[in-house]
Design a binder for this molecule. Structure first.
Ligand code: 1OR
Length: 358
């Protein structure tokens, strides 16, 4: 991520310029003021020393906003953005730039926050309240509800990233408190990182068969939430009996899966999984939450992982596909137990014969 251009070295007497003293809150119905923008004079470690030339030419590659707010508000923003997938890829400095740039906006139930086909202006994170996402085929047709978002979730990034009209209408279904960022800051701080991550994983995700039924936007959101993980040969990635917290997709490498059919006999190898296949879903889909198998890396492996809440939120639409596998695992277990039962019968039969012979 390119760091913002620095202004000339500051002296302790340098004036603090260009900070917009707008209130933390914007009353409902008030037009959001454009936060002032400062030309790249952002320095980590001196986050509030914004030293900028008095006149700022709009240059979206070098422009970020700083909106004055209380420490309490900043702490609140840090808290609500912590679980938002779009912020996963940002480093600490980028996150603080976003905290500085955000301003609060209040909306009433039924307010339209974003209108489909409009030009993009802000990106929003929901502090409290709920919104519906509605999409119309074209300007003359009725919008249809496609999704619902609540606290911690965000919207409005597409038009800002791609410079295209709003892809959906966002309507408050309850009173809402939102944190907004203007387009220039969004583009400068977040766009490169978010786009790079989306592009990095999109190609791989499009080749993974079980994501076929996710739509384009769902796949993009999935890319935001993926967390890479690597391990060496021989590492136990998940252990049977443990509580499951993560879902794994194999980007490269191979793992073996072992399962205990008969506790006195130890685990049996069930199979191997390779690139494009997944594991770790059973515990996340079951009430018991315990791992039903052990997975060991057969070579150096790269995984793309999803934590439990992201898995539940993003893979809801393909839960049925994932559950189909669970049925197969159970079927395998039943057959294996039957076979073992038959083996036991045979062995005990042979033992009986031996006894008689003896
Ligand atoms: P925007 O700037 O276009 C509307 O403004 C926002 O709605 C958009 O960014 C997204 O942040 C958000 N398709 C498109 N945009 C969506 C969708 C969506 N969900 C939320 N937004 N979906 C695809 C429907 C076929 C819904 C997927 C669950």
């Amino acid at each position: 991520m390119a760091t913002p251009e620095m202004s000339s070295p500051s002296s302790s007497k340098s004036p603090i310029l260009e900070r917009t003293a707008i209130p933390d809150e914007l009353e409902e119905g008030t037009e959001a003021p454009r936060p002032s923008t400062t030309s790249g004079a952002y320095r980590s470690g001196r986050r509030h020393a914004i030293i900028a030339p008095p006149t700022v030419k709009y240059d979206e590659t070098k422009t970020i906003s700083v909106v004055e707010k209380t420490e309490q508000s900043k702490a609140k923003i840090r808290e609500i953005t912590k679980t938002n997938f779009l912020f996963f890829a940002l480093d600490e400095e980028q996150k603080e730039m976003i905290v500085d740039a955000m301003f609060e906006m209040k909306k009433k139930a039924n307010d339209i926050i974003i209108r489909q086909f409009d030009k993009g202006d802000y990106f929003y994170v929901i502090d409290s309240g709920e919104v519906d996402v509605l999409i119309a085929q074209d300007k003359t047709s009725e919008p249809v509800k496609v999704s619902h978002l609540s606290a911690g979730e965000s919207f409005g990034e597409l038009a800002l990233m791609h410079n295209c009209p709003r892809a959906a209408t966002i309507q408050a279904t309850t009173d809402c408190v939102l944190w907004a960022i203007d387009q220039a800051t969004y583009r400068h701080v977040m766009m490169k990182t978010v786009m790079e991550k989306r592009m990095k994983y999109q190609d791989f995700i499009s080749k993974v068969r079980f994501f076929d039924s996710l739509d384009k936007y769902e796949r993009q959101t999935l890319c935001d939430a993926l967390q890479p993980q690597e391990c060496e040969q021989g590492v136990v990635v998940i252990a049977e009996g443990d509580i499951g917290t993560r879902f794994y997709i194999i980007e490269s490498g191979k793992v073996e899966v072992l399962r205990t059919v008969d506790p006195s006999a130890g685990p049996t190898k069930v199979g191997e999984l390779g690139s494009g296949e997944f594991f770790g879903e059973v515990a996340l889909l079951s009430d018991e939450m315990t791992r039903t198998a052990t997975v060991i890396a057969l070579c150096k492996c790269k995984f793309l992982t999803l934590e439990k809440s992201a898995f539940q939120r993003l893979l809801g639409p393909i839960e049925d596909i994932l559950k189909r596998n669970i049925d197969q695992y159970e079927e395998w277990m039943r057959r294996k137990k039957e076979e073992m039962g038959k083996d036991d019968e045979k062995t005990s039969g042979k033992n009986e014969e031996k006894k008689k012979e003896g």
